[in-house]
Design a binder for this molecule. Structure first.
Ligand code: NAD
Length: 431
């Protein structure tokens, strides 16, 4: 099939590469000329495991091409996926201006029947807005599909190639069948294609993200209580996660959730409720509690340093989670801003996110070549991202290098008994 994908970020580029891997001819369109020029030379603009090989293989096979020319993309395909960003507006609503602009362009350039598929996360009701825009700008017949994306950064390629489920929001059986064909290469095991109306598809995406954010936040609130009562949130997690009604996923207490999706989608859900006069009390509380959790961690470090006359922090991790270079709404970045604003100094390392973080933090944080360099001249250490390579550090070196051997672990990576046994004071979350 001939497919175009507009917006080649985390979602669009992964979708395009995987669709090409499935045998389709895919044209990637983005307005960012630097990104497209880089991609033509095989330079992948984001860090995502497995993506580089996939892009290289499919580009070489002639199934993947890159352009800034949306007319070319639309005219040479029958199906266009929209994967542009839908960031938060200042009032918390999702800004769908890019989705609207792209829809208008698709309508203008389509040369016959066309299928337009939205992968971007868009507020419920956007299918009507987009359909109206397309109708106003073309006389050709078209079908609109809401196909929300559930991939996770860090495992995006695997998530796309082996999805738990694919939700197809359309009113027509034949369009559901067309989408089933497109996804067929990734549906060889027991994955499910779910056929719903467009509004339910749009809502399902917000419901999923808000539900996951709520689980994390509930555990984070409990972690504060555990600290007061001397309970261990990890043991509580295992205790409740083994209940099949609850399940094991998304119960890890930590610094709070971040990233480009959960914060903005929880906000947008609350905004949709306000617009409709339906108070989204849970979404609003989750959002407030999440920021409180992030700040609680930074405040603990600041208080400790003030009380002990310390000023230099060794920070491990900047990305919002492991296996990504994404720092959008990263709890690590928010914590470090608070810490530096309090007058403390920070030396930081992250395996993938330092370039992005340096742009955001500027001179306030000194970037280092590895975690051990961050320890040089530092008083205490803070773990802010759950990178696998931070899990078994050399605790003797940590103890020797820090002026005050203390670890503040915002990700509960270590065993409290083990760290204490290494002669290091250990503060983690909910234990
Ligand atoms: P991103 O910022 O990484 O990429 C968006 C891309 O769209 C950029 O390359 C940008 O240049 C391009 N773009 C913007 N306006 C354009 C236009 N008018 N024409 C052409 N290109 C344009 O965003 P992302 O993280 O890939 O997210 C995209 C959408 O998918 C969002 O709605 C997001 O909520 C949703 N989503 C993201 C994830 C995730 O993990 N990142 C997961 C599921 C869903």
């Amino acid at each position: 099939m001939k497919i175009s994908v507009v917006g080649v970020g985390y979602v669009g580029l992964v979708a395009a590469a995987c669709l090409a891997e499935g045998g389709n001819n895919v044209i990637c369109v983005d307005k960012d000329g630097n990104k497209i020029e880089g991609l033509k030379k095989g330079i992948i603009p984001i860090y995502e495991p497995g993506l580089e090989e996939l892009v290289e293989r499919n580009s070489e096979a002639g199934r993947l091409e890159f352009t800034t020319d949306i007319a070319y993309g639309v005219q040479n395909s029958g199906v266009t996926f929209i994967g542009v960003g839908t960031p938060s507006s200042p009032d918390g609503s999702a800004d769908i201006s890019a989705v609207k602009a792209v829809s208008e362009a698709i309508a203008k350039y389509m040369t016959g029947r066309h299928v337009i598929v939205t992968k971007s996360t868009v507020p419920v009701g956007t299918h009507k807005v987009v359909s109206d825009i397309i109708k106003e700008n073309t006389n050709h017949p078209f079908d609109y599909v809401s196909n929300p994306e559930f991939l996770k950064e860090g495992s995006a390629v695997q998530d796309f190639l082996k999805p738990d489920r694919v939700i197809i929001g359309t009113t027509k059986t034949e369009i559901f069948e067309l989408m089933t064909n497109i996804y067929a290469p990734f549906m060889r095991k027991s994955s499910r294609m779910i056929f719903v109306d467009p509004a339910s598809a749009e809502m399902a995406k917000y419901a999923a993200n808000a539900m996951l954010a709520t689980r994390i936040t509930f555990m984070n609130e409990l972690s504060g209580l555990c600290e007061q009562f001397g309970a261990d949130i990890e043991k509580v997690r295992i205790g409740i996660g083994s209940d099949s009604r609850i399940g094991k996923e998304f119960l890890f207490a930590g610094l709070g959730y971040g990233g480009s999706c959960f914060p903005k989608d929880v906000k947008a859900l609350a905004y949709m409720g306000d617009e409709q006069g339906i108070e989204m009390t849970i979404a609003k509380s989750v959002q407030a509690a999440n920021y409180r959790q992030q700040d609680r961690f930074a405040e603990r470090i600041i208080k400790y340093c003030r009380e002990n006359g310390l000023s230099q922090i060794s920070a491990w991790g900047l990305a919002f989670k492991a296996k990504t270079d994404d720092i959008r709404e990263s709890p690590a970045i928010r914590s470090l801003k608070k810490i530096t604003e309090a007058g403390l100094k920070v030396k930081a390392f992250d395996p993938e996110a330092m370039e992005n973080a340096a742009r955001e933090l500027g001179e306030a944080v000194e970037m280092c070549e590895d975690v051990y360099q961050t320890l040089e001249g530092s008083d205490v250490m803070a773990v802010l991202t759950d990178w696998q390579e931070f899990r078994s550090p050399d605790f003797d070196t940590i103890r020797e290098k820090l002026s005050r051997p203390v670890i503040f672990d915002g990700r509960n990576l270590y065993s409290p008994d083990f760290v204490a046994g290494c002669g290091i004071e250990y503060h983690s979350i909910g234990r």
